[in-house]
Design a protein around this ligand. Sequence first.
Ligand SMILES: Cc1cc2nc3c(=O)[nH]c(=O)nc-3n(C[C@H](O)[C@H](O)[C@H](O)COP(=O)(O)OP(=O)(O)OC[C@H]3O[C@@H](n4cnc5c(N)ncnc54)[C@H](O)[C@@H]3O)c2cc1C
Length: 444
Amino acid sequence: MADKDDRVLIVGGGAWGLSTALFLVEAGYTNVTILERANSIPSPYSAAYDLNKIVRAEYEDAFYTELALKAIQAWKTPLFAPHYHQTGYIVATSGSAPDKAIATLEKSLASVEKHPVFAPGIQRLDGPDAFRKHAWQLSGPLTGFRGYINPLGGYAHSANCLQAVWEHVSACGVRSILGNKAGCAVRLEYAEDAGQVKVTGVVTADGKTHPAHLVICALGAHGAALVPQLGANNANVARCWSVAHVQLTESECNLLRGLPTTNVRDLGFFFEPDPKTRLFKLCPLGAGYTNYDSRVNGVSLPPDNKRGFQPNAIPKADELKLRRLLQETFPWMAGRPFVDTKLCWFSDTADSNYCIDFVPNTNRSVVALSGDSGHGFKMMPIFGQWVVDLLTRGQQTEPRWQWRAHSKDCAQWGDSVSWRVGEAAEWKDILEEQEEAGVGRSKL
Ligand SMILES: Cc1cc2nc3c(=O)[nH]c(=O)nc-3n(C[C@H](O)[C@H](O)[C@H](O)COP(=O)(O)OP(=O)(O)OC[C@H]3O[C@@H](n4cnc5c(N)ncnc54)[C@H](O)[C@@H]3O)c2cc1C
C-alpha cells in the first residue's frame, strides 16, 4: 500500500492519467506529479484529443454496463457536466450490414432493454420514419436502417474535458512537467533493496532523473515504449482508427443542433457538430490498423513519423465508408471535402478488457494503466477511483483488469470482440497508399 506522502509520478496526462491524478488528490495523496510529453494539456498525442467521444452504457458484458451507468451519473457532476451532452444515442445497422454487425446491435440492445434504469427510455427503430421521429435532420434514404435509441447517453467534449480536469488538479497542487524533452519519459530506473526490485525514478528525454516511490504509467497506445512487457505477446496492442470532419457553415451547424450521437454499426458514427469550430466529426467503424513495424521488435506502437509522413491522411477504404454513411444520412454533405483527418491510436486487448494493475516483479512500485480498447474515455469521471482502490488493496481483485503477460495472435482477434467488424491491416500499407497518392507529406 502506497503512503499518502510518497512521491508519485504519473506518466501521461491523457484521459486516464488525469483522472488518476484527480482521485489521488481526493484520496489525500500530497506529492503527485504528471509527466507529459506534449507542450500543453490537452496533449495532441492523447487518443482523447478530440472534439467528442461517445458516452454510452451499452455493453455486452453487464459489468461494464453498470460502470458506464455510474460514469454517466458522474458526468453530471460540476467538474464534468459542462463537457457532457446527453443528446441520446442511436445504434443502427444499414440494409447491407453483415450478420456480425446485426448480432452486435442485438447484444447491445439486450444489455439495456431489460435494465431497470434504461428500459423505460429504449425504443426500437425500424425504417426511416422511426429514425426521423428522433432525429428529424436525417434527410437521407436510410436504406434498410434498423436499430434503437437510448436517451440516456450522448457524447462528451473530450479535449475540453482533459483541459478542465488538468486545470482542476493543478489548482489542487498536482505538478506537471511538460514537453518533448522535459516531460517525455524514456526509461524507468530500478534498484534492488533487501532482495526486492523497486522503481526509483523516471528518466526523461532531457536526461534528468525524477525520483519516485510509485510510477503510474498511463501512456495510452505508447505504453509499451516505456514498459516493454505491456506489448509482449500481443497483450496490449497499439491500434488506430480514422477520424474525419466536415466543415459546416453556421446555419448548417444550427440545423444539426441536438442531433443524437448516431452509431451505424457497419459504417461509422457521428455527433452533433461542435458549435465553436462548426466541425462535424465522423469515424468509420472497422477492425483498425496496427503498426508492428515499430521501433520495438514484434510490438505494435504508434509510428514515429521517421519516414517524413504524418499519419493525417485516412485510408481510402475508410473515406469511402464515411461517404456511404453520409449518402444514407445527410446526402447534402456526402460530396464535401473531409478536413482535419487523422489516425487516432489507442491500446487494444484481445477481449477488450482494461489493464489496471501492478507491473509484475516491481514490488508494487509500478502501475500500468493500459488496454483502454477504444472505450476508456467515457469512464474518465470515475476511472481514477479504480487506481486508488488498487493502491489501497495492494492487488487487483477484478480479474478482468489483471495484468496479462500474453494474448493470442492479434490476427485472430476478429471473433473475440463483436464490434471489430472486418479485417485489421498494417499501418505501413496505408503509408504506402499515402505515398503513392502523394498525400500526407509532413510539414515538419
Ligand atoms: C478514434 C477513436 C475513437 C474513440 N472513441 C471513443 C468513444 O467514443 N468513447 C470512449 O469512451 N472512448 C473512445 N476512445 C478511446 C479513448 O480515447 C481512450 O480510451 C482514452 O483516451 C484512453 O486514455 P489513456 O489515458 O489511456 O490514453 P491517452 O488519452 O491516449 O493518453 C496518453 C497520454 O500519454 C502521453 N504520453 C505518451 N507517451 C509519453 C511519454 N513517453 N512520456 C510522457 N507522456 C507520454 C500522451 O501524450 C497522452 O497525453 C476512442 C479512441 C479512438 C482512437
